[in-house]
Design a protein. Structure first.
Length: 287
């Protein structure tokens, strides 16, 4: 519902939530109150979705494909985990088989327990650290040629003619990634579990994605722009691993960069490694 109506030019941004309340049972706990700021309303709506859905799927909707129609972020910054419902949102490639956390131990009361509504408490598994990333393939393109141009910006080590040959008539993403990583000095093993998924990707599927690798040579795609040193976290209740950026003020406090699709982490492998004693459980604050 939000994806359909969020971009409509409503004169009052809070009405994106209030007007859909009667059509969306998820939002029944969000009562119209125009004394609240837009950020407060969007935050309450996101908390309501998490509480009703009993999992963290809405955290995958935070990557924006355009500017807020009301300059929302310039006036009052949204928490990193709250979608800007006034923008076109970029939804990650959906695959019903993805269960990064096996949806284990989702504790709604814990997630909502912080005294500040803008903060979530997440329990999960801290897996790895990013050591390499490409530029994000910029969202909001209007043509195939523009998308190819952005694709070349994201994989600058590859020859432009090589990129063009491997983008049309069919996208050969595995070959582009292998060539770019070899030339960049960060060679990683080819996709195995995700090979079919990657082979079937179309060039338009890559909008908003970055390619990234970690210290232990995990590789995959992030919906957003990660930085070296960002952390790979599997939160209980999330189908996708999350990329987090640590805040300088606190070791346990993070902001959300975006969801990820990572080779070797999409079928609950992090939980298996936790149970084998290879990884440890963490509780973090997400702001």
């Amino acid at each position: 519902m939000f994806l359909i109506f969020g971009e409509r030019k409503c004169s009052e941004p809070r009405d994106i939530i209030f007007a859909l309340r009667s059509l969306t049972p998820t939002l029944m706990s969000v009562h119209p109150d125009y004394s609240l700021s837009t950020t407060e309303v969007f935050t309450l709506a996101t908390r309501a979705i998490i509480s009703t859905d009993q999992y963290l799927g809405v955290l995958s909707w935070t990557t924006r494909g355009g500017h807020s129609q009301w300059s929302l972020l310039e006036k009052e910054e949204l928490p990193s985990w709250v979608p800007d419902w006034s923008c076109r949102l970029i939804i990650p490639l959906l695959d019903s088989s993805f269960e990064a956390s096996k949806v284990l131990d989702f504790d709604k009361d814990l997630v909502m327990a912080h005294k500040e509504p803008c903060v979530l408490i997440l329990r999960g598994i801290l897996v790895d650290e990013i050591i390499f990333t490409t530029k994000q393939i910029r969202p909001g393109v209007s043509s195939d040629d523009e998308m190819v141009e952005h694709f070349q910006e994201a994989f600058p080590a590859c020859d432009k003619q090589f990129i063009n040959r491997h983008c049309a008539p069919a996208l050969k993403l595995n070959e582009i990634i292998d060539d770019h990583q070899r030339l960049s000095g960060y060679p990683v093993p080819s996709f195995i579990k995700l090979k079919k998924f990657v082979d079937e990707m179309m060039i338009w599927d890559l909008e908003g994605l970055s390619f990234t690798t970690t210290k232990t040579q995990l590789k995959g795609f992030v919906l957003g722009q990660p930085e070296i040193g960002d952390l790979l976290f599997v939160a209980y209740g999330s189908k996708y691993p999350l990329i987090l950026r640590q805040e300088s003020s606190s070791k346990a406090s993070y902001t959300l960069v975006g969801p990820a699709i990572i080779e070797g982490l999409m079928e609950g492998e992090a939980v298996d490694m936790l149970e084998a004693g290879k990884l440890v459980e963490e509780t973090i604050l997400l702001r």
